[in-house]
Design a protein around this ligand. Structure first.
Ligand code: SF4
Ligand code: SF4
Length: 371
């Protein structure tokens, strides 16, 4: 079944009975340029969103990262988000409905549903079905343990754009592995992720082999973060040389080729989120992304007003420079931006300064990777 979506003068059709069937309809230029590549799978929907966002008059929430809950049925000792005590703060059915209505009016095109474990939310099925039937592309981040028969029926009828399953061990008889096999059989794009720590690094070889045999991509991640739930993830972190070896393996030789340096001062908010992204927290707060500390409480501000506050904020800040950065050879690894820089208020303006020591750290990592 085809559903038509609009982002201002840009329109496209989505077949909601398939994972990612998209057809561009209006905008002759973009159709000529992108339609053949899209049909061959050579570009993703993200490029189309970039194009659509270039023609917007200001920030809009076209792509939303929605953390439905902090709760999880697993208890990984390094998890920065897990907090099973927070249920009462999660969004209600009515709040979810109001937010979706407002986002659809803005042109919402893409949503990532995540957690904690997002499939634990009692509103997941409703929220997912509503987004899908409106033609929104939905990606699900999950631990893969809660795919029961009714969920499978739902995903057969309305397949997700993609599913990313994080594996924590190599037990191929466990539910997460069975979920990945089911997703492959159902023709739903799937990515396996493995968070490598001191306690599971020995399983990595077997996970790799399983992924190779099942022809499914595997993304490794070994950098752990301490969250605000009191968990000290660093005690489980691999030693730096092992992390570098993992990263080298992930990035490959080509992507480490020196990228052309940006000749101008970098913007603190030069990312896609600053053009068309938004973040919804488990406590029903709205922000730019899960790393940017400023959030608007949609219960206090009202949903529509919180969206306006986010747009105004981004439109005001998006020209701010990243003081202390003029671009360097390590920028391919650099994650510095407004969310991680030190913000300094001066005459109603905010400046963002790179924290001392950050650049040396990134350059050291870069040299280890190319060495
Ligand atoms: S962390 Fe920084 S670069 Fe990433 S989305 Fe947030 S503001 Fe943008
Ligand atoms: S490492 Fe420092 S100088 Fe290099 S790109 Fe990042 S912020 Fe800029």
């Amino acid at each position: 079944m085809l559903v038509k979506r609009h982002i201002q003068n840009f329109a496209y059709w989505v077949d909601i009975a398939r994972s990612n069937e998209i057809e561009i309809e209006i905008e002759i230029e973009i159709e000529k340029e992108y339609a053949p590549l899209l049909a061959k799978g050579e570009i993703g929907f993200e490029q189309l969103l970039h194009h659509a966002a270039d023609n917007l008059r200001g920030h809009r929430a076209l792509s939303v990262f929605w953390q439905l809950t902090r709760r999880c049925n697993f208890s990984c000792p390094f998890c920065y988000i897990r907090d099973n005590s927070q249920r009462q703060l999660e969004a209600t059915y009515e709040e979810i409905e109001e937010l979706i209505d407002c986002l659809l009016e803005e042109g919402l095109a893409k949503v990532v549903l995540t957690g904690g474990e997002c499939l634990l939310s009692e509103h997941f099925d409703h929220l997912y079905s509503r987004l899908k039937s409106e033609g929104v592309l939905v990606t699900i981040y999950t631990n893969g343990s809660l795919f029961n028969e009714s969920r499978k029926d739902l995903f057969r009828k309305l397949p997700p754009y993609s599913v990313e399953v994080t594996l924590y061990d190599c037990d191929a008889t466990s539910q997460p592995f069975a979920t990945i096999e089911w997703l492959i059989e159902a023709g739903i794009p799937v990515l396996c992720k493995f968070t490598a720590t001191k306690s599971n690094i020995d399983h990595l070889g077997a996970v790799r082999q399983w992924c190779d045999e099942h022809q499914v991509d595997l993304r490794l991640d070994g950098r752990l973060f301490n969250g605000d739930n009191g968990i000290d993830a660093q005690v489980l972190s691999l030693e730096e040389p092992t992390l570098i070896a993992l990263e080298k393996d992930q990035m490959g030789a080509v992507s480490l080729d020196r990228s052309p340096l940006e000749s101008h001062a970098r913007k603190a908010l030069g990312c896609a989120a600053a053009k068309y992204g938004a973040y919804v927290s488990p406590e029903f707060k709205l922000g730019l992304c899960c790393d940017y500390p400023l959030l608007w409480d949609m219960r206090q501000e009202g949903v529509r007003n919180a969206l306006c506050l986010l747009h105004d904020f981004v439109d005001r800040e998006k020209e701010a420079s990243l003081v202390g950065c003029s671009g360097c050879e390590a920028q391919i690894l650099c994650e510095m931006c407004a969310a991680k820089a030190e913000s300094i208020k001066s005459n109603d303006k905010t400046m963002y300064r790179v924290p001392l020591g950050y650049c040396d750290e990134v350059r050291t990592r870069y040299l280890s990777l190319i060495g």
